[in-house]
Design a protein around this ligand. Structure first.
Ligand SMILES: [Zn+2]
Length: 752
């Protein structure tokens, strides 16, 4: 692990950081001297493991200050307090920042070294971990906008002081990324922060925003300012997310990774030239103050863990509405949009209000007073589809004809980004290490909202719609098709960077939604909804882990074994489910050939000719005895529409062989017979095949595995049913799978 390069800044002259080019930086890193220059942290507190991922150990009930009852003075147990003054130069796309950061040491040990994220340095050059993963691992991020000359961005620490004393800092790479990565910095404090005590750091910083990429930056006069200030990492305590001793959770900024931070309060003054419209996290404090051609907008928000803002002189007057719901304060909702996308704004506003109602009803009342949605301008699509507390960006589309893919896309993106306000915002999972807890759970809950209101995903573009193409697909069917169910390389609980491919990271969305849909089909919607509500109530404002989710699902569903199995197979590991009907036969049991012992003790032989005669005779006799059978032959099976087979004097032996190619899941096999009877059996063992056999008067008509459609994860549902005469069902399923056009949609919503 190359903790190297890490230009060391002695306390005397912490001043301006030299910005080495990527080339000179790696040259420096390759020298042993550079490696030796980094002294150990001053307090011996370790960092989270570089390969940390889904947690197995449930958190303590006291974690993060214990469950929030709602009767406390603040929504969260606040750990940090940021007071920031930010001055935007919209021509140079730079920000001068002054930050007063107060941090509380929740642990029982003195803390001397603290870590800050400097996220914008991911965009300073190809030497960052973020850019390296693109180049070295072949990962891709959304549209992969190439960075052109002059488009790079960075953040520079100008001054760090603790009680007026300069603080030295060192760049570190906790995940073993290149020594040229400067997205995490360690501050070695002159004074230790006592257990339970707090410290205040005064930090001056300078941002050069990049040309918009990866959810932050500028295009023209538009500025989306995210991941822009020095942000302290999380000190986790024993009993929190599997920690056994206090540990710093600070990871480099990885290509697929999002964020993790402590709750606290933000007080931010944003200074922009006159004529710029500003939107931000939190509540605006009074009228913006004008002075000398500039305007200062003052925002405050408590109980959040990030702060982002936007400024543009081209924004149209915002579209506004008020949301009022039981248990929520009055919520001011606004949509900021550029004139060229005015037709997007009402779609975004309505979807935001709808999502506010859905999430409030199904998880818990929205607790903040504002929501600001931003429609990015033309040519800044990379700023779209991103969430911050009380603030998010939607998408922008040329066409918003109702019933088209792009209209649905805008609705979905809006619901999804708003939904993050709950999973990323209030539940505040660790998105570095357990990204599925945010993206996956959110995706599932968004699709449940779409599904609950009877909406399906259209596959038609506006042009196709004009031609009368109105095909739609069930949203969970769409998720299943895009979920990469066959032979997945990574468990859903894998962290965001140690991934086989970008596609595998993408499965965090669709495959999680499919796993949870599968769980819902098995435990029932009522229990699933109650479990999610309980998860939210118990863990809001507290950073739950995978294990904490698992425990709630196990407890509330009343089916711990089922939940455990699902987590072991799909979250902690990467298995597939692939059960099928391998063979299905139903044949008459005719009298048996060979020697038979008569009642007199003598053997007689039944040969083929003798049997043929006997069969003819018995059939004729049977017809005479059953005159109604001619009528029966014309009857139709009410389910399949097939003509029922004529019964006769001989019984049928029906045999079904089931085959399992993936992991074992409890299965149901339903066999229907020509006389309308049905046999249902459970297959619930660990074997890779099973044979079931019946001897009944009637011939079998169909054999169907998973008839109640409980296993959304089953790789191929076409091989789950067989009929002895052709029926249309398999064909109809193929037709619905042709919704692979839906891949378009999924590509669109992935990585939002
Ligand atoms: Zn998302």
């Amino acid at each position: 692990m190359a903790l190297g390069l890490s230009a060391c800044h002695p306390g005397e002259q912490p001043g301006r950081t030299a910005l080495p080019s990527a080339a000179s930086a790696s040259a420096a890193a390759s020298t042993a001297a550079a490696v030796e220059r980094l002294p150990p942290s001053l307090d011996g507190i370790a960092l989270a493991a570089p390969d940390a991922s889904a947690v197995r150990q449930p958190s303590s009930p006291q974690a993060w200050g214990g469950a929030r009852s709602g009767r406390e003075t603040t929504l969260s147990d606040r750990v940090v307090d940021y007071q920031i003054e930010a001055k935007l130069d919209p021509e140079a796309h730079t920000i001068e920042g002054k930050q007063r950061l107060s941090w509380r040491n929740r642990s029982a040990v003195p803390v001397r070294s603290v870590y800050l994220h400097l996220y914008l340095n991911a965009f300073e050059g190809e030497g960052s971990t973020f850019m390296s993963e693109q180049r070295r691992l072949g990962f891709s991020f959304r549209s992969e906008v190439p960075v052109k000359k002059g488009d790079w961005g960075f953040i520079e620490l100008k001054k760090v002081q603790q009680a007026g004393v300069a603080v030295p800092w060192h760049f570190v790479q906790p995940d073993g990324g290149p020594a040229t990565d400067r997205t995490v910095v360690r501050l070695d404090l002159p004074q230790a922060v006592a257990p339970g005590g707090s410290t205040t750091l005064d930090i001056d910083f300078f941002d050069q925003l990049p040309r918009v990429l990866a959810r932050t930056g500028y295009f023209g006069s538009f500025h989306l300012v995210g991941q822009w200030f020095p942000k302290i990492a999380v000190l986790e305590l024993p009993g929190e997310r599997g920690a056994l001793v206090p540990r710093w959770n600070a990871h480099e900024f990885h290509l697929h990774s999002e964020f993790y931070a402590d709750f606290g309060s933000y007080d931010v003054r944003i200074d922009v030239p006159e004529g710029y419209t500003v939107g931000a996290t939190g509540e605006l404090q009074g009228e913006p103050k004008k002075q000398g051609g500039r305007v200062v907008h003052h925002y405050v928000q408590g109980d959040v863990h990030d702060f982002a803002w936007t400024a543009d002189k081209r924004f149209a007057p915002p579209l506004k509405a008020i949301y009022e719901g039981e248990g929520s304060p009055k919520v001011q909702v606004q949509v900021l949009y550029p004139p060229e996308y005015a037709h997007n704004a009402p779609v975004v506003l309505k979807a935001t209000l709808d999502a506010l109602a859905w999430f409030s009803k199904t998880l818990g009342p929205y607790p903040y007073r504002t929501v600001t949605a931003v429609v990015p301008p033309f040519n800044a699509k990379e700023a779209g589809g991103m969430e911050y507390p009380t603030f998010f960006t939607a998408d922008s589309y040329a066409d918003q004809t109702p019933g088209t893919l792009s209209h649905f896309g805008q609705e979905f993106v809006t619901i999804h980004e708003f939904g993050h306000g709950y999973f990323y915002g209030i539940l505040a999972s660790n998105e570095f290490e357990e990204p599925f807890l945010d993206e996956g759970l959110n995706e599932f809950w968004d699709q449940r909202m779409i599904h609950a209101r009877g909406q399906r995903a259209p596959v038609a573009t506006a042009a196709l719609k004009r031609l009368g193409v109105g095909t739609t697909v069930d949203v969970f069917e769409a998720e299943r098709l895009g979920a990469g169910l066959k032979d997945p390389p990574d468990g859903l609980g894998q962290n965001s960077w140690h991934r086989h491919s970008s596609g595998s990271y993408g499965s965090v969305y669709s495959r999680t939604a499919t796993v949870l849909r599968d769980l819902e089909a098995q435990i029932g919607s009522e229990k699933l909804e109650l479990a999610f509500k309980t998860y939210y109530q118990r863990w809001k404002f507290r950073h739950p882990s995978t294990a904490d989710l698992r425990e709630v699902l196990a407890e509330v569903s009343g089916e711990p074994a089922l939940v455990q199995r699902l987590f072991e197979q799909h979250i902690y590991a990467s298995r597939s489910v692939d059960d099928r009907v391998e063979s299905f036969k139903s044949v008459e049991e005719l009298p048996l050939l060979g020697l038979q012992l008569g009642p007199d003790g003598r053997r007689s032989e039944l040969d083929k000719d003798a049997r043929a005669k006997q069969v003819d005779m018995l059939r004729a006799q049977w017809k005479k005895d059953h005159p109604a059978s001619a009528q029966a032959a014309k009857k139709k099976d009410p389910q399949t529409g097939e003509t029922l087979a004529e019964p006769g004097p001989f019984p049928y032996r029906t045999t079904v062989v089931l085959r399992r190619r993936g992991v074992a899941v409890p299965q149901t096999l339903r066999v229907r017979f020509a006389d309308g009877s049905v046999e249902t059996v459970r297959w619930d063992d660990q074997q890779s095949w099973a044979r079931f056999s019946w001897v009944k008067p009637a011939k079998a008509v169909s054999a169907e595995l998973d008839p109640e459609r409980q296993h959304y994860l089953d790789l191929n549902q076409l091989d789950n049913s067989r009929t002895l005469k052709s029926d249309g069902r398999a064909a109809r399923r193929i037709a619905s799978d042709a919704g692979s056009l839906l891949q378009t949609l999924l590509a669109l919503v992935a990585t939002l």
